[in-house]
Design a protein around this ligand. Structure first.
Ligand code: CP
Ligand code: NVA
Length: 305
């Protein structure tokens, strides 16, 4: 069974199907209640989480499956026990393994040692479940194909997944990042190739105003991700020109929307007035984490024994 470590693992048709299921389960949740009865879903967290932990747990329960939530302080992934042995053990109890880890290679190691589908709940490289909710939220406002989304800030895990998902959906994705903090070259290359097949495009710039000019969606994330706390102060000065201010937001299209995966550091990467703007949909986006996870589970369940 296929894993979901990176957005392209779904393929373009699979991504479209997950988004369709996510919208459908949001519109008619009761239709899907119990659809995963008897299944067990492991939810492991090596880092803190609010949205992912809560949305995935309730999403699992809504579909009739049983969630098993585990934290690093009890599992000791790679410390108390090897990554391989944890994977081989959990695989005996659980039908789907969903994990949030620091090192993406640990997810690859788990996937290699488990028959159950493995879902990435955030790693240093990507946050594909976030991208599902991001696209679901954008699609609630305009068709994905041909829409321009500008990610402003650190070329991080969230940025990578948005680029890949956008590129697979015929979107025009721009990233405005400080020099040295652009998205990884291999992700940019992969996203550019995917955009070439979908009619979308990828543009990377070091100029926030150029990136935001006329765009349909302005998206940002924290300047220092979990695990990078020691760099937070040094990054503040470097990232200051990339703060989403009212002035920067006004350079976007007149009906542009604002998105943020959350948690937000208000008045760092985004000012209060923009995150509270009438065209900010960050809490719809947070809600959609739950619907998108259900959509993903329903899609994966199609191939579970
Ligand atoms: N957006 C997101 O993944 O939030 P949490 O870190 O709270 O799960
Ligand atoms: N880039 C952030 C996203 C949190 C949801 C991090 O990795 O901490």
């Amino acid at each position: 069974m296929a894993d979901f470590l990176m957005v392209p693992d779904l393929g373009s048709d699979g991504l479209g199907e997950v988004l369709r299921l996510s919208a459908d389960v949001k519109a008619e949740p009761t239709r899907y209640a119990g659809r995963l009865a008897g299944k067990r879903v492991g939810l492991f967290f090596e880092k803190p989480s609010t949205r992912t932990r809560a949305s995935c747990e309730v999403g699992t329960v809504d579909l009739g499956a049983h969630p098993v939530v585990m934290k690093q302080d009890e599992v000791g992934l790679g410390k108390r026990e090897t990554v391989e042995d944890v994977a081989r053990t959990l695989d005996r109890y659980l039908d789907i393994l969903a994990l949030r880890v620091f090192d993406h290679q640990n997810l690859v190691g788990i996937a290699a040692n488990a028959e159950a589908p493995v879902i990435n709940l955030l790693s240093d490289v990507s946050h594909p479940c976030q991208a599902l909710a991001d696209l679901q939220t954008i699609a609630e406002h305009r068709p994905l194909e041909g829409t321009t989304v500008t990610y402003v800030g650190d070329g991080n895990n969230v940025c990578h997944s948005l680029m890949l998902a956008g590129a697979m959906s015929g979107m025009h994705v721009r990233v405005a990042a400080p020099q040295g903090y652009e998205p990884a070259a291999d992700i940019t290359e992969q996203a550019t190739a995917l955009a070439g097949s979908s009619g979308g495009s990828i543009v990377i710039t070091n100029d926030a105003i150029e990136g935001v000019g006329g765009t349909d969606v302005v998206y940002t994330d924290v300047w220092a991700s979990m695990g990078q706390e020691a760099e937070a102060d040094a990054r503040k000065a470097l990232f200051a020109p990339f703060q989403v201010t009212e002035g920067l937001f006004s350079k976007a299209a007149a009906d542009a929307i604002f998105l943020h995966c959350l948690p937000a550091h208000r008045d760092e990467e985004v000012v209060h007035e923009v995150i509270e703007h009438e065209r900010s949909f960050v809490f719809d986006q947070a809600e959609n984490r739950m619907h998108a996870f259900k959509g993903l589970l329903l899609y994966l369940a199609g191939s579970l024994a």
